[in-house]
Design a protein around this ligand. Structure first.
Ligand SMILES: Nc1ncnc2c1ncn2[C@@H]1O[C@H](COP(=O)(O)OP(=O)(O)OP(=O)(O)O)[C@@H](O)[C@H]1O
Ligand SMILES: [Mg+2]
Length: 393
């Protein structure tokens, strides 16, 4: 059992479109609440379906669902109009100064990341307030979610640039007092907001990367395309240094349904189950079965939770294994990145000062190197047991 305010547990469900993320998230949250954890289910998918799944009305404000269970469907327009007001106002003034139409909060929602950022900031708030023991996050299909989860790094970079730009604008304005400035000066409140944003982003990042707190669970179905996308997602999640702790195999044909489906369907499933095993073992695997009816409402969600967790605790940490490690071996500094399903050919390494950029396909991750590695060159990279091991000389 977690104690108020001391330990926060964050479980993020992700996976390909339609595999059952929302259903599994709702079932997990419901079961956590039943066990006495103060729980919140957070939907970060702009095409929200958490309310449908729980069969209760939800909004962009936190709503009580049942005893110990709250839920929210993060609404960017609402967030922009309330929590990001100063930044929104300045953006709008800036647009006008450039002879453009002012932008409304509504238009800002098309900027990638705004919704995702809002959702992550909720977690930071919950951590601070100790209001919940467990946060269950239901996410959009994989590609968008990968952006979300790599977001703290990217956002930090942008905010830094942004911040410097505005600080310089202020300095310039002071130096050229009396001159007509075509660009509106950011207000103090805006600069404070930006400062605040930077600090909070760091906290979000720490929460996401702390394997005691946050883990990602990959939801999939025993289908070829789904398995392939899940493997890809796993690689990138590891690249972002998140802890992927388990796999949820949903929509498995139950043995009891042998008579209802052709035999070939079961044989096919067997092959795919083996493929899953070869791709993810020894990862913890949870299983739930194809239901003949839609999984909607508390009753069906409880059945789903029962299949997945039996009488075990759904908020337990299945593994804390980190996917990046920095250590010294025989006097040589090493950086090990767990990159399953990658081969050496796909990986490109670049190092500039304290940043190591690892490219796998079109995804990119920049790793800030510890001081000890900054002066060194990445001299060798080899694949060993699903890890890319880079030596520094
Ligand atoms: N085990 C199951 N058996 C039968 N139907 C299921 C099962 N799990 C989920 N469903 C149904 O499949 C549909 C999609 O499920 P769900 O919304 O949970 O998936 P999702 O991964 O969140 O989808 P999206 O990517 O669109 O957000 C829903 O109608 C849901 O009721
Ligand atoms: Mg969904």
């Amino acid at each position: 059992m977690h104690y108020s305010g001391e330990v926060l547990r964050v479980i993020i469900y992700t996976g390909k479109g339609g595999v059952g993320k929302t259903s599994v998230s709702a079932a997990t949250a419901l079961r956590c609440a039943k066990m006495g954890y103060r729980t919140i289910a957070v939907s970060t998918d702009s095409a929200h379906s958490l309310a449908d799944s729980l069969d209760v009305p939800l909004t962009g404000n936190i709503t009580k669902v049942v005893e110990n269970l709250d839920a929210i469907e993060v609404d960017v327009i609402h967030e922009m109009e309330t929590r990001w007001k100063e930044i929104g106002q300045y953006m709008s003034d800036f647009m006008v100064s450039q002879g453009l139409d002012p932008i409304s909060a509504k238009e800002m929602t098309v900027w990638p990341g705004m919704e995702l950022m809002s959702a992550l900031f909720y977690i930071e708030e919950f951590k601070k307030s100790g209001r919940y023991d467990v946060v269950v996050m239901d996410t959009a299909p994989t590609a968008e979610t990968l952006r979300l989860l790599s977001f703290p790094d990217t956002a930090n970079w942008y905010i830094d640039k942004f911040y410097k730009m505005f600080k310089n604008t202020v300095r310039l304005a002071r130096a050229t007092i009396g001159m007509v400035m075509s660009t509106p000066l950011p207000s103090d409140a805006f600069l404070k907001d930006l400062d605040n944003l930077k600090d909070r982003m760091k906290v979000v990042r720490d929460i996401l990367l702390d394997s005691e707190t946050t883990s990602v669970r990959l939801v999939l179905n025993p289908e070829k395309m789904v398995i392939n996308e899940t493997k890809r997602a796993y690689t990138y999640l590891c690249l972002y240094n998140l802890t992927v702790e388990c796999l949820v195999i949903n929509r498995v044909l139950p043995e009891g349904a042998r008579g209802q489906y052709p035999n070939a369907k079961f044989e096919e499933q067997e092959r795919y189950m083996q493929m899953i095993d070869e791709s993810f073992a020894p990862m913890k695997m949870l299983r739930s079965y194809l239901s003949t009816t839609e999984v909607i409402g508390m009753g069906s969600l409880e059945i789903l939770a029962e299949q997945l967790f039996g009488d075990t605790d759904p908020s337990q940490v299945y593994t804390k294994e980190k996917s990046m490690d920095i250590y010294t071996e025989g006097g040589v500094d090493m950086l090990a990145l767990k990159l399953p399903f990658s081969s050496k050919e796909q990986v490109e390494l670049y190092k500039t000062n304290d940043v190591l950029i690892v490219k796998v396909g079109w995804f990119k991750r920049s790793v800030i190197l510890p001081y000890a590695l900054v002066q060194k060159e990445a001299s060798k990279a080899e694949f060993k047991d699903g890890h890319l091991i880079i030596s520094f000389k």
